[in-house]
Design a protein around this ligand. Structure first.
Ligand code: KIV
Ligand code: ZN
Length: 509
């Protein structure tokens, strides 16, 4: 009988450390609910001392999301730990996750502390956290570049001080799979009281090895893996949860563990993360990329038609992709839409929100024959999951062609006041963005623009992601519409609304 691997999701904390991936409180809450539905064991909801917004968000999740452990990150000091506990205390089995670096390079240049001082501080911090809860995790930051005997000494001491999970992070993504497995075996053999705690790993993907390293650690005896949806996270990201979980499931023959993850929720969760963060998944990304189950060559297609397993090692249905996920059409009613929304994880929409989604659905169904799950998700994201709208698109008209000077006319509500304008540009999207910037009196810089089609077919909705720099902050925005110029304008306005919302919040603090 396989042992259970604990899945610790840090999309909301390390994932949010991806440049430009900030999420607001409402988005974090929705994602936490989705992670609970996916049966993740622990959600690291944030770093409560980092900002008032982070604190409130962790508190909101700990207070309201049930049947899951909620963790909050804290540096190894009393202030951080107190703040983390304040945010977590109403949660079900809340976890304080405290960390301190153990590598000489961090001790010398960052902490300016001796090993003795680090050991003392780690023990004191864990003791302080254990005064609040018996669910305490200690991470030895930059563990893979630390002297292993020192890590063993710290681990043994913090277990005695009350730590129940010990995390061995590859903070810089430096480890190689064989060597990482050896390090884990060494820890298990040389930390005398290690059997009293769960050993965990947290890998970064700087060399593209985060999943391989995590799998190697599991083989060596680790029973908790920290990961993120789509592998987002600091720099090159973290261990991708979907890859880890599907590797364990697909290669159960070579894995000593199983997970509790509802794999059918992988695809909806991946889409939710990419839409909220604006971080598009590369098409060839394992498990969740658009091409992960696409067969281009005739030989492969022929094989698949004869027997799916000739070229597919996983069933797309198992990761939440159904081959014919055509769900609704022009004649579908509100009831059918509501049913589908519940299946897609939006069971908590109120009547007014369902009506708004239904109106948008009907408009789309008039333009486009087949409505897929992805279309419905895009409408929900666009219509419901949003920040307060300082700027709202009322209408847009564009003119373009290879012999015409592109021009776009835009009508907006700007803080409740109707404004109208038109402008020229290199293309109609450029013209739309210039006009919107004038009407909203904003001056952000466009860093990134990407358009993709939500489903197949020439009548598919276009989905646009933008990344802007506004007042030194990187903000993402997304928008969807069958007309890509309108989708682009919506994405741009969504980013400007987020920027305005952040500025408002800052002023209130
Ligand atoms: O990468 C890292 O070391 C971390 C720790 C805080 C666990 O994110
Ligand atoms: Zn990390």
């Amino acid at each position: 009988m396989s042992e259970r691997l604990i899945i610790f999701d840090t999309t909301l904390r390390d994932g949010e450390q991806s440049p430009g991936a900030t999420m607001n409180m409402q988005e974090k809450f929705r994602l936490a609910q989705q992670l609970a539905k996916m049966r993740v064991d622990i959600i690291e909801a944030g770093f409560p001392i980092a900002s008032v917004g982070d604190f409130e968000s962790v508190k909101n999740i700990a207070d309201n999301v049930r049947d899951i452990q909620v963790a909050g990150l804290a540096r190894a000091n009393v202030k951080d730990i107190d703040r983390a506990w304040e945010a977590l205390k109403n949660g079900e089995n809340p976890r304080i996750h405290t960390f301190l670096a153990t590598s000489d390079i961090h001790l010398k240049h960052k902490l300016k502390m001796s090993r003795e001082q680090v050991l003392e501080l780690a023990v004191a911090s864990v003791k302080h956290a254990a005064g609040y809860t018996s669910n305490v995790e200690f991470s030895a930051e930059d563990a893979t570049r630390s002297d292993l005997d020192f890590v063993c000494k710290v681990f043994a001491a913090v277990i005695d001080a009350g730590a129940t999970t010990l995390n061995f992070p590859d903070t810089t993504g430096y480890a190689m799979p064989d060597e990482f497995g050896e390090q884990i075996r060494y820890l298990l053999e040389h930390t005398p009281n290690i059997h009293k705690a769960v050993l965990s790993v947290h890998c970064h993907n700087d060399l593209g090895l985060a999943v391989a390293n995590s799998l190697s650690a599991v083989k060596a005896g680790v029973r908790q893996v920290e990961c993120t949806i789509n592998g987002i996270g600091e720099r090159a990201g973290n261990t991708a949860m979907e890859e880890m979980v599907m590797a364990i499931r697909t290669r159960g023959d070579s894995s000593p563990v199983t997970t509790n993850i509802v794999t059918e929720q992988i695809h909806p969760t991946s889409r939710m993360v990419s839409t909220i963060t604006g971080m598009i998944v590369q098409p060839n990304k394992a498990i969740v990329g658009a091409n992960a189950f696409a067969h281009e060559s005739g030989i492969h297609q022929d094989g698949i038609l004869k027997e799916r397993t000739t070229y597919e090692i996983m069933n797309p249905v198992d990761v939440g992709l159904s081959a014919g996920n055509l769900v609704l059409g022009k004649h579908s009613g509100r009831h059918a839409l509501k049913d589908r929304l519940v299946t897609l994880g939006y069971e908590d929409l109120n009547d007014d929100e369902i009506s708004r989604v239904f109106d948008r659905f009907k408009t789309l169904a008039d333009m486009k024959k087949d409505i897929y799950d992805e279309d419905i998700e895009a409408i929900v994201m666009d219509e419901i999951i949003q920040v307060p709208e300082s700027f709202k698109l009322l209408s847009l008209g564009a003119m373009s062609g290879n012999k015409t000077m592109p021009a776009t006319g835009v009508r907006l509500l700007v803080n409740g006041e109707e404004k109208e304008g038109a402008g020229l540009g290199v293309g109609p999207i450029d013209a739309a963005f210039r006009t919107i910037a004038t009407l909203t009196d904003t001056s952000s810089k466009l860093l990134y623009f990407a358009v993709s089609s939500i489903t197949g077919g020439t009548d598919a909705q276009g989905e646009v992601m933008v990344r802007l720099e506004d007042d030194g902050k990187v903000i993402v925005g997304q928008g969807a519409d069958p007309d890509i110029i309108t989708a682009a304008a919506k994405a741009y306005l969504n980013a400007l609304n987020r920027a305005a919302y952040l500025k408002d919040k800052k002023q209130q603090m």
